[in-house]
Design a protein. Structure first.
Length: 273
């Protein structure tokens, strides 16, 4: 009997896990006139229930499959635990998640901030309220999440960046090495709208909460993140800033992203009160 009960228990656990969904969809973008590969991770959906949503933006050269298989390998379990839908769009390797002024087929700010949110809300049982919708990314995705979040402040209430590439002024040769010029043109002619440090006024009035973290050994990103934190304090923009040991690698951001997702859930829980 004990063996039978154990078997039944394991079967129930197996069914519960299999009921969680990792769905690959090609979502059409009207602005770009093409389909964008997107992974949607949901908990076991219950009739009549609605769910929080978090949009997760991968780093340079990443993709959605890598996000949930390597960068945050327990994302499916987290979806069930937190009753949250995670949306993982493909940032096309090097889009920098901007509406490119030089490449009309690379308009990822509008796609993620407007078109993708509209698609997800129309096809999944989401809570259609900004208070329960967030956006988070790392490295290139940290830049993307910050700027898309600020641009769409009526869509996202919480914005997170892990080891984000927040300041093009400090890129130097990396502006070409990471192909930013492919979507934004040459640095010398870059409009202010693409500089995160110039968005203080928007952040002051956004009624959003921001979370930034960076590894202390991340020589590429730590100084710009520290200075951004200092500027936010000076401008009295409410946010949380975290530093911990680690470099610009999967080992660091896998842990940091998991910690941020917990903070997102705490924020959503406070909004329910």
């Amino acid at each position: 009997m004990k063996t039978l009960l154990t078997t039944v228990g394991l079967l129930g656990l197996s069914l519960s896990i299999s009921a969680q969904n990792s769905i690959h969809k090609n979502v059409y973008s009207t602005k770009m006139n093409k389909e964008i590969e997107t992974v949607i991770i949901t908990p076991k959906l219950i009739d009549g229930a609605t769910y929080k949503t978090i949009y997760l933006l991968h780093g340079y050269s990443g993709n959605p499959d890598r996000t949930y298989k390597q960068d945050i390998p327990d994302l499916i379990t987290k979806s069930q635990k937190y009753n949250t839908i995670y949306v993982l769009p493909n940032g096309n390797f090097n889009s920098w998640y901007v509406d490119s002024p030089v490449n009309k087929s690379s308009q990822y700010q509008t796609f993620i901030g407007k078109e993708l949110v509209d698609y997800i809300d129309a096809n999944y049982p989401t809570i259609k309220n900004r208070k329960f919708r967030g956006i988070l990314g790392w490295s290139m995705g940290g830049y993307g999440a910050t700027n898309i979040g600020i641009a769409y402040q009526n869509t996202f209430s919480i914005v997170g960046s892990s080891c984000g590439a927040l300041d093009f002024n400090r890129f130097g040769e990396s502006f070409h090495n990471y192909q930013v010029n492919k979507v934004l043109g040459e640095f010398r002619s870059l409009p202010k709208q693409y500089f995160t440090f110039d968005k203080m006024e928007q952040m002051q009035s956004s009624n959003q909460f921001y979370i930034f973290d960076c590894g202390t050994d991340d020589t590429q990103m730590i100084d710009m993140n520290r200075d951004f934190h200092k500027l936010l304090i000076t401008k009295k923009v409410e946010h949380l800033y975290i530093e911990s040991l680690g470099g610009h690698d999967t080992k660091y951001w896998s842990k940091a992203l998991s910690n941020q997702l917990i903070l997102f859930e705490n924020y959503f829980s406070d909004e329910k009160k």
